[in-house]
Design a protein around this ligand. Structure first.
Ligand code: GLP
Length: 234
């Protein structure tokens, strides 16, 4: 038993070193070649190749053989406003309109998964990119996870600050809606009331903890939402 385990590891590592740095699509040695080269059972060879397929180094093409796999693409990243704007070549900055501790109302409590009336940080910012007003962001954070958040001075990037506390969201639920600006929003965003806006509501979690819920209202004439779907092919 020990013998067979060792053999498949030997075969696996041989194939790995043989294909080290090879272009995607390079054929792996066939099972038959490996069987005769290592004088092992076909099952041992299959076990070695299976492990490399599971690792993502190789991929099987039915009827054609086994090849060096294309690198797996990472799914779309959960990005902050600062990062979204940087990708567009713009520098983000913000003006804080409100930052205080409040008691969670029923809707915010439900979304943050805290008891109603629990302390939450309410932070409202007018967000600009390249000097132009882009969005109005209204966010609530679970204060219990972020003790002293307001006292430590407001950061320019919330996600950077959360990263510093090992609470950067790892996943989120977004809801996107077309709407028109209210009188207050229009005033802050430099629009006329009734002009179109794009609303983006996010519930951001770090693992299984809801860190933040937010509503962002974007000027739809300045902001395009880019979404990556599925896996990109090479
Ligand atoms: C996005 C999210 C917001 C989040 C913000 C953080 O815009 N929709 O919910 O608050 O990013 O951005 P930053 O780290 O630049 O403050």
């Amino acid at each position: 038993m020990v013998q067979r385990e060792l053999k498949h590891v030997v075969v696996r590592e041989h194939v790995r070193s043989l294909l080290d740095g090879a272009e995607p699509g390079t054929p792996a040695p066939s099972e038959r070649e490996l069987v005769s080269q290592f004088k092992v059972a076909r099952m041992t060879v299959r076990q070695a190749l299976d492990a490399l397929v599971a690792e993502g180094l190789l991929e099987r093409m039915p009827g054609r053989g086994t090849f060096v796999a294309r690198p797996r693409r990472r799914p779309a990243q959960l990005t902050s406003f600062t990062e979204d704007m940087r990708r567009r070549g713009l520098t983000a900055d913000s003006r804080t309109l409100l930052a205080r501790i409040e008691k969670a109302g029923p809707g915010v409590a439900r979304a943050l998964e805290v008891e109603p009336n629990s302390p939450v940080v309410h932070w409202k910012r007018l967000r600009r990119a390249g000097g132009a007003t882009m969005c109005l962001e209204d966010a609530y954070l679970n204060e219990a996870l972020l003790p002293g958040f307001l006292a430590s001075g407001l950061p320019s990037s919330l996600y950077d600050a959360l990263q510093g506390r090992r609470l950067r969201p790892t996943w989120a639920e977004d809801a996107i809606q077309a709407d028109v600006a209210s009188v207050e929003e229009a005033d802050l965003l430099g629009l006329e009331p009734g002009q179109p806006v794009l609303r983006l509501a996010r519930r951001a979690l770090c693992g299984d903890r809801v860190v933040q819920v937010s509503r962002s209202t974007y000027r739809s004439d300045r902001f395009t939402l880019h979404v990556q779907l599925g896996e990109a092919t090479a």
